[in-house]
Design a protein around this ligand. Structure first.
Ligand code: C2E
Ligand code: CA
Length: 768
């Protein structure tokens, strides 16, 4: 005999559990979507970028300041230098002009004394007194001439005055002056009038540079022209000495004008003095006024203060800028931390966990090692939340996180995936045993009481573990397998751990195969068939209807039980499509076979599909079939937590005339409550009661009570799974109106069922 529980619930058993709840599939799907293989540490900028960005910003500001201020400073300095250079040029011109004027004046004064008939006559007459008064001492007194020498026609000095005194003419050193005298006589030999002839130039006299001017003492009237060689010459010497420089300095307004030896290194501006033949005689040096620099020096303190203030202001601005950049970087780091960490516990969150998992898998591969993935689910956590409040729940989660943290090594990752789910990545395990040991330690640690304020709470945990690469190297696949192991642990009674094994793997593989093939099946709408199990009146001969049961013969896996493939179809969202196919096939058969009533099983997910009721009503219209001939079988599972839409759909179906049977009646926790709340037309007594009839007295009493209850509520009753004559008789004795079971007829293929319908009622053999 086949043991059957409430068949539309997933079967849970550590080894054989094959269902993945939608919620857990969500984990897996998200894992695929989120993974990019990188470790989400703080952004590079957040660690190094803060200061780096700050430095960049500061450099930018400095550059802006430099670009705007540097040209200003450059322009200012250029202006200062230009002003200085212009002033120096002016000084030089002034000095040169003053010297030029001085020379020109000495030419004029000499002309005024020498170009006279009397002068020519008196010199020839060697009237020394007159010469003194008019040509030499007089010139010293009136014009400051330093020295005067008179030369005869042979260039022999016959009168000499120096600094206002007559000196011995024979002692005059002619070495420097001869060239001037010769040049003068050469000019006199030329076409120029003697009165227009003079020679002037610089030379060294008694060791000092001096301006020498030579002129013939000529007749004013030019009455009796003399041959060039016959002229007497007047030599005037003006030494460039202290007195000359003092006057020059006063006239040109330059400071500290002085004469230095040629090539002497002296700071300041300079004018070189050279003799007629180009020999250096000395250098005039003075301190240039440099008004630009002077102005700069004057305003420098003020300017410095201003610049310092500006610099301080810019510095303060920059400091603020740096601080804001740092703050920004810090807040970015915080945001990133939040994005990858759980706020409540500070543990890595799912996003971080997925990346760590990928990294651990990669390392595992590179090092040829092993790692374990543990999924931890708290049992009874909801109780803590419900009874002690959310704050206590939060505190408990934090304590769990801390306990887990203490159990693992530094290289392990503890993450909170959400709610009361945690995960641990345990790299470097030798095998399943290592992983199991950690899981056991976790179980023990979580079992210890939690102090939550004045209260103490006890929770348990269930752990699913998978070892890689033994059972996969893909993160998504491993999560799925750890999930399978976790639900295996829960199914085995909570407070346990379960390590994923190959057997479970086989279940998963098979399930996956069914998944893909189901989709193909439904796309082609072929491959499914319906079996029809007759429902008999209690007399066992009259067929009152039939239950349609879906069948699928898989090309490789063989005949599959609906218990196996229907939950898969529902998980993958194929429930409505499969349900629609069954509904149509069942109704068409009912019409074709002229069956009074066809009963169709509808699972909760099919029923909750918003289009379900319309699909059924449209189908009946389409087939022109009376709704009274259709019965749908629902389970208590649908009515548990039934929402308004479910209640409305039920009412609508019943209002249309379709009857509703409550399948597996008696197996749910509070069947009677539902009967009270939701109106149905029939109850189907579950075969577990029927099979125990006659064996246990209490069962007999319960079944009798169910039948009486149905009668009292005016509900139809079918007893399911009648396998023996004894059961039949017992039911008949209790007044059960209709029966269904192998004793009367197994589910039959359509043709066989048609044949059964066609057979005369009396001839219907009761099969055992
Ligand atoms: P169920 O609704 O309780 O259907 C009755 C199940 O009990 C059928 O198994 C049937 O073959 C079996 N059965 C009938 N009489 C006896 C008996 O005397 N003894 C024993 N041991 N078993 C008996 P089946 O066809 O394998 O269907 C299993 C379950 O699959 C059904 O349980 C139903 O929940 C589900 N199912 C089947 N077809 C469909 C369908 O088209 N749609 C939906 N949603 N569920 C279906
Ligand atoms: Ca049923």
């Amino acid at each position: 005999m086949l043991r059957q529980g409430p068949l539309r619930q997933p079967i849970q058993d550590c080894a054989a559990w094959s269902g993945l709840k939608g919620r857990e599939q969500g984990h897996v799907r998200r894992a695929v979507a989120d993974f990019d293989g990188s470790e989400p540490g703080p952004a590079p900028e957040a660690v190094h970028g803060g200061p780096a960005a700050a430095i960049r910003a500061v450099l930018a500001v400095v550059a802006v300041i430099a670009i705007t201020v540097a040209p200003l400073i450059g322009l200012g300095l250029w202006g200062v230098r230009a002003v200085d250079a212009a002033a120096t040029r002016t000084e030089r011109i002034l000095i040169e002009r003053t010297i030029g004027d001085r020379l020109a004046r000495s030419v004029q004064t000499q002309e005024s004394v020498t170009l006279r008939d009397e002068a020519a006559e008196r010199t020839r007459a060697r009237d020394m007194a007159w010469i003194e008064d008019n040509l030499s001492v007089w010139m010293y007194e009136f014009y400051g001439t330093d020295a005067v020498i008179l030369l005869d026609e042979h260039n022999v000095p016959f009168h000499a005055m120096r600094d206002g005194s007559i000196v011995d003419a024979a002692g005059v050193d002619m070495s420097e002056l001869r060239a001037f005298a010769d040049a003068t006589r050469a000019a006199l030999a030329g076409p120029a009038r003697p009165a227009a002839v003079f020679v002037q130039g610089l030379t060294r006299v008694s060791g000092l540079p001096a301006v020498v001017t030579v002129r013939p003492i000529a007749m004013e009237s030019d009455g009796a022209p003399l041959p060039a060689a016959a002229h007497y010459l007047h030599v005037q010497v003006n030494v460039i000495g202290e007195a000359f420089l003092a006057k020059l300095s006063a006239r040109s307004l330059v400071r500290n004008l002085r004469l230095v030896e040629p090539q002497a290194s002296q700071a300041g501006e300079r004018i070189d003095l050279v003799s007629r033949n180009g020999a250096p005689l000395g250098t005039l040096v003075w301190d240039a006024a440099r008004p630009g620099s002077a102005l700069l020096a004057k305003i420098a303190p003020g300017l410095t203060v201003t610049l310092m203030l500006l610099g301080g202001f810019a510095g303060a601005m920059m400091w603020r800028l740096i601080r804001s950049i740092r703050d920004l970087a810090a807040s970015e780091t915080r945001t990133r931390h939040l994005a990858f960490h759980d706020v409540l516990t500070g543990l890595p969150n799912r996003a971080m966990f997925e990346r760590r998992l990928q990294r651990a898998l990669l390392e595992c591969k590179l090092e040829d090692g092993r790692m374990a993935l543990h999924l931890i689910d708290l049992d009874r956590f909801k109780n803590v939340n419900d009874t002690l409040g959310h704050q206590a729940g939060d505190a408990l989660i934090r304590q769990v996180a801390a306990r887990l943290g203490r159990l693992v090594r530094d290289t392990d990752t503890v993450a909170r995936l959400g709610g009361d789910e945690f995960a641990i990545i345990q790299p470097g395990v030798k095998g399943a045993e290592d992983a199991r040991r950690l899981a056991e330690r976790i179980l023990v640690a979580i079992r210890a009481p939690f102090a939550l304020g004045a209260d103490e709470a006890f929770v348990d945990s269930s752990i699913g573990t998978v070892v890689s690469p033994d059972f996969g190297v893909d993160g998504v696949d491993l999560m799925r397998k750890a999930d399978i192991a976790l639900y295996g642990a829960k199914a085995a009674g909570k407070g346990r751990q379960c390590v994923f094994e190959a057997a479970q793997d086989e279940v998963v593989r098979r399930k996956r195969r069914i998944e893909t093939d189901l989709r193909d099946q439904l796309a082609g709408e072929a491959g499914f068939e319906l079996a029809f199990q007759p429902v008999f009146a209690i007399d066992g001969t009259r067929i009152t209807g039939a239950e349609a049961l879906v069948r699928w013969t898989h090309p490789e896996l063989g005949a599959l039980s609906p218990i196996e493939f229907i939950p898969v179809a529902e998980e993958r969202g194929l429930g409505p499509a499969l349900g629609a196919w069954v509904m149509r096939a069942a109704c068409e058969a009912a019409r074709a076979l002229d069956l009074s009533q066809i009963s169709v099983n509808v699972s909760p997910t099919q029923f909750r599909d918003p289009g379900f009721v319309d699909m059924v009503l449209d189908l009946l219209m389409d087939l022109e079939m009376s709704p009274q001939r259709l019965q749908i079988e629902i389970t208590e599972g649908l009515l548990t937590n039934a929402s308004d839409p479910v209640a409305r759909a039920l009412t609508k179906l019943r209002f249309a005339g379709i009857s509703v049977a409550l399948d597996d009646f008696g197996t749910g926790a509070s069947s009677l409550t539902y009967l009270h709340r939701f109106r149905v037309d029939r109850i189907k007594i579950h075969q577990s009661f029927v099979s125990n009839l006659g064996a246990r007295e209490s069962t007999d009493a319960i079944v009798r009570a169910m039948i009486d209850l149905a009668r009292a509520l005016d509900l139809a009753v079918t007893a399911e799974g009648v396998e023996t004559e004894a059961q039949w008789r017992a039911l008949a004795g209790m007044g059960a109106p209709e029966v269904q079971g192998y004793h009367f007829g197994r589910p039959l293929a359509r043709e066989a069922f048609a044949a059964l319908l066609a057979a005369p009622a009396g001839g219907r053999a009761v099969s055992g």
